[in-house]
Design a protein around this ligand. Structure first.
Ligand code: ADE
Length: 419
């Protein structure tokens, strides 16, 4: 079997960490047990471009249990957990192409190695598989029946492809399931981003000014958790409704140029390009710490920052000091790549349980229904979303009420008004 990983001898460590994470993934475990019996993905070759983590290991072994021939590559050069990659290759016989710290060239070589398997289904986190297939590997389009997408940034890219009528096969936007973004994006990003910033810096958040740039589901989670750690949180947002929500959630809201001189920590979660630029870096305090938790490393204008700087040096793992011409120091974490996976381990397993349950069920759905679907981006079917929520509650032993027959009838009626 062909694979490219850092070090095979890490496999046992990876196996133990995968086992640990799986303890918090009961929903996916149930799906895996059913998949092992029913083999809904039998005969399917599935290329997955995902962060290679302990949680992803549970997903790909679930897909394999379902009969898929799975090949895995990294969806980010810095997010791979090398012990997990080793365990999947050595213990599970899954071809893995992923090495933490790989450069851009190797990243795309790995992605292309996964595509060499000639997938019927693609599973993306950020749409790099889909975009490479449509730009450089068009001949693969004939054989592909469908795909799924994990993250907001990927869904934005895929919707742009569908709008431009260039999308060559149907995609299910897993990110848009309520049981994905309301939990993974909010509680997952919230906790793991703080975890990444703390592991990289070991700085105290209590009493510090923490600037959250972006107040989507990820930004909401991050602001909430930074506040919980005792930080004084400022929110920067371009959408008036979200800005209003941030104000009513109790945060100061202001333009980035006004927040720049106040912040001790800055973290972008916008999904957009060049959000923190030289005009902002110039206004920051000496020692300001800047990170990104959005999918791509485009949110911080690091070229612009380099242009302002006379010297750069790595001062500890995942911390680079930029010494500006006037003597001020700015610290950039994890090369501006998503800090929760670069310096920490990504979202905790319990939340990935729901995201990846959606992925597994959507792969099954796509396999069953691809012939009926158009070359568009589809929402996750409501039954899947509801099933994931129900299974998660059941796994946690949480019981909820049901509507009475009278209440169901009332909700379908219009006659009864003010009493
Ligand atoms: N995205 C964010 N956190 C993740 C994790 N733990 N595993 C896979 N993908 C992720």
């Amino acid at each position: 079997m062909n694979y490219d990983i850092k070090d095979k001898t890490l496999a046992e460590k990876g196996r133990l960490r995968i086992e640990w994470a799986a303890q918090s993934m009961p929903v996916l475990a149930q799906i895996k047990a059913r998949f092992a019996k029913e083999k809904p993905l039998k005969g399917t070759t599935l290329a997955a471009c995902l962060h290679v983590t302990t949680e992803t290991a549970s997903l790909v072994t679930t897909l394999k249990a379902g009969g898929a021939n799975v090949v895995l590559c990294a969806s980010n050069p810095l997010s791979t957990q090398d012990d997990v990659a080793a365990s999947l290759a050595v213990n599970e016989n899954i071809p893995v192409f992923a090495i933490k710290g790989e450069n851009g060239k190797t990243y795309y070589q790995h992605l292309n190695a996964a595509l060499d398997a000639k997938p019927d289904l693609t599973m993306d986190d950020g749409a790099d598989l889909v975009s490479t297939i449509h730009s450089e590997r068009k001949q693969l389009l004939n054989g592909i029946i469908g795909g799924t997408e994990e993250t907001t940034t990927g869904v934005v890219r895929l919707k742009a492809m569908a709008a431009a009528k260039v999308l060559g096969y149907p995609i299910v936007a897993v990110n848009d399931a309520a049981t994905k973004h309301m939990f993974d994006n909010r509680y997952g990003t919230g906790q793991s981003t703080i975890d990444g910033i703390i592991r990289a810096t070991n700085r105290l958040l209590a009493g510090a000014v923490f600037v959250t740039v972006g107040y989507g589901w990820c930004g909401k989670g991050l602001a909430m958790r930074a506040k919980g750690m005792g930080a004084d949180v400022i929110v920067v947002e371009i959408n008036p409704l979200r800005a209003l929500e941030a104000v009513m959630d109790g945060f100061r809201v202001m333009p980035l140029v006004k927040a720049a001189p106040l912040g001790d920590f800055f973290c972008t979660v916008t999904g957009n390009l060049n959000v923190i630029r030289p005009e902002h870096f110039q206004k920051m305090k000496d020692g300001a710490i800047v990170a990104n938790s959005g999918h791509f490393n485009v949110e911080l204008d690091l070229q612009g920052l380099a242009g302002l700087s006379k010297k750069r040096r790595i001062v500890r793992d995942f911390v680079e000091e930029y010494l500006l011409s006037g003597g001020k120091r700015i610290y950039v974490l994890g090369e501006g790549r998503l800090i929760n996976l670069a310096a920490a381990e990504g979202h905790p397993s319990s939340v990935m349980d729901m995201s990846f349950a959606n992925q597994a069920l959507c792969a099954e759905y796509m396999k069953k229904n691809a012939a009926k679907l158009q070359k568009q981006v589809y929402e996750v079917p409501e039954v899947i979303d509801a099933q994931v929520a129900r299974l998660k509650l059941a796994a946690w032993g949480v019981k909820i009420d049901a509507l009475t027959a009278e209440q169901k009838k009332y909700l379908r009626s219009w006659e009864m008004g003010t009493n």
